[in-house]
Design a protein around this ligand. Sequence first.
Ligand code: GLU
Length: 480
Amino acid sequence: MTVRVRFAPSPTGYLHIGGARTALYNYLYSKAVGGTFVLRIEDTDLERSNSEYEKLQIDDLKWMGIVHDEGPDKPNPKYAPYRQSERTEIYKKYALDLVEKGLAFYDFCTDEELEASKEKAAAEGRDPIYEGKWKNPEFNQEALQRIKAGEKAAIRFRAPKKSYTLNDKVKGEVVYPANMVGDFVIVRSNGLPVYNFCCVVDDHLMDITHVIRGEDHLNNTVRQLMIYEALGAKLPEFAHVSLLIGHDRQKLSKRHGATSVNLYRNEHYLPEAMCNYLCLLGWSHPTEKDIFDKNDLNEVFNLERFSASAAMYDVEKLKWVNSEHVKKMSNADLITLVEKEPETDFFKKQTPEWKLACVELLKKYAQFIPDFPKLVNELILNEHPHLTDALKEILSWETTPKILSFLSDEINKVQTTFVTEAELNAWTEFVKKDLAVKGKPLFQGVRGCLTGHDHGPDLKFLIPLTPVSVLKNRMIDLSK
Ligand code: GLU
């Protein structure tokens, strides 16, 4: 069997992180089993759908490296079109077929009548199940005549009065009791079909073998099972992945912070980190690894390792994952990305060896790519040390002025643009032996005088990256 999965976004807003996670799981599964990943645009809600959002969502997916094999822009003639708004005739045909078979019926009830019936049910403590007269086959003829005469009606599916059982790959056995849902509309009186109907018709016609989507659709699934049955269509496998929740254990929403992929993209998160983190929200790696590249998952990704419980979305963890991806990136790639950042003129002018040593050192401290130019400014180019309490303390030691004066003299003798590690070692040795400074006053003293900080990267790596001119000015500032 060839696996065919789909991601079916509604283009009513930016790509949500929950949607991105669903897309990712579908993508990964298709890659793991050599299947096809279909992108279907569910734009039947014409008022809320917007083709601009379709473009933006596809662009965000592309940014994450989630590339579909088939979709509106890559149609397979056997399955096209891929936008539901272009498939209205198909849904109509299927709906009429169900009416003909008596599995659905025309419903002329007005909104007022339906509302009144709902209120009555509520007053009597019953579920608001459709009780209109049109479900009664004795009205079929009248209905057909009214339709022929040009009247509009909704098409309502006759929900079988029996229970349904779903064997979900994530949730296990889900039992839907009989009478859980009443007869439901599949085509509105304005001719527009509804999600539950389109989704099944499409999944059936597009030969979708696995439906991997969010748990919030579990309630829809019972209606969809009924429609599959009515169409005589083969059921796909279902995997309803767990809900994303915030720290307060409530469903993830804007209250919890940025929920669209685009915002993270603008905040310089790496696409690979985003994929890595989203993948872990509800799925675990067989070796329990936290950090991986989605392209390395290959056959490792499967539907067996989903967790059935809700996954807590935690931006701090995402940041950590991002910093791990920064660390694991090759220095050559880091240099390319850093050079794309604004205000990197100094960086760009340096030798390849300097750049390599610089990213190698700073990646331990950077969470995001824009942190590199910030760190260069703060740790390498800053000529005016900020007099923190810790620095003031170092400067107050009686040994520090001696160190400062010695180092200033040495620096003034240097003719090159940068000092070497050997020169730095020789200075430290001199302070230790000739100036007889030991322990904390030695190490903190040298660090304070050369960097203007009380802590930071190993001096043997940092000082050879710092221009001598900067070291001079720093020490002039500290001598004041
Ligand atoms: N259009 C639906 C959504 O965006 C997709 C549901 C499904 O995957 O079946 O939630």
